[in-house]
Design a protein around this ligand. Structure first.
Ligand code: ZN
Length: 248
């Protein structure tokens, strides 16, 4: 009888997790991962380590997965304490991501591009009021396409930022083009890309970026076609693979 080497526990967790993706993406992810398994798993470990040290940066928050009403991110800081361009003076983000924010802002400036920070942390209660207002104006079904129900907004994490005009014109600005091309290098990712509404639940938001760590942004790019929703859905399932009780 052949003696089998003990199986790396990451392998079955990985196999199970790609199963949550659409078949074509699952295949593309598997192929890209398999090209260099060691690198793939170490990138994942690096992203997880940074996330853990910052009190969780890779949590899936979407139409299905929500945050509780009392969830508040650790260590919110005011953007007024930094040399950043803000469109209002009550903006807050998590301290843990400020190095990345400042590095990105500096790099944009060096390229002659001004980033304007327009919206950042939103509490559960603020989001509640916002959704109620939009639903009153547009009806609930329409409001659901562009506004999150309370507890289901990435903004409650304190790691999501809206830039510039917060509308479609942003994509065509110098800042919009710069962000589309460079944000990933600083660990930021476009949460709601074009033509992904069916999966993300939201229309294209060229102005909305979430910090997912630098190795996380690389993983998203290299293995998930640049789609944050796929990466975070995968990761949620992958983590489950290590905590779930073994099948009987
Ligand atoms: Zn946003």
């Amino acid at each position: 009888m052949a003696i089998q080497a003990p199986q790396d526990p990451r392998e079955p967790a990985f196999m199970a997790a790609v199963g949550v993706l659409p078949p074509e993406q699952a295949l593309a992810t598997s192929v890209a991962f398999a090209a260099d398994r060691q690198r793939s798993f170490s990138l994942l470990a690096e992203a997880e380590a940074e996330s853990a040290s910052a009190g969780e940066l890779l949590q899936l928050v979407d139409k299905t997965y929500g945050l509780t009403a009392d969830y508040e991110p650790t260590e919110l800081v005011s953007l007024n304490n930094y040399k950043l361009r803000v469109s209002r003076n009550d903006l807050q983000l998590r301290h843990a991501i400020m190095d990345a924010v400042l590095a990105m802002d500096q790099a944009a400036r060096a390229d002659g591009v001004a980033l304007v920070f327009s919206s950042a942390y939103r509490s559960y209660h603020y989001q509640d009021g916002l959704f109620t207002r939009y639903a009153g104006q547009h009806g609930e079904a329409q409001a659901d396409r562009f506004s999150a129900r309370p507890g289901h907004s990435q903004h409650q994490l304190g790691t999501a930022i809206d830039f510039g005009s917060i509308d479609d014109t942003f994509a065509e600005t110098a800042a919009g083009k710069w962000m589309a091309e460079n944000a990933w290098r600083f660990g930021f990712s476009l949460s709601y890309p074009q033509d992904m509404e069916e999966r993300t639940g939201y229309i294209w938001e060229s102005w909305h970026f979430r910090y997912i760590t630098v190795p996380g942004a690389r993983i998203e790019r290299d293995f998930f076609g640049g789609i944050q929703q796929y990466f975070l859905e995968f990761l949620t399932e992958y983590r489950r693979g290590f905590t779930a009780a073994p099948a009987s």
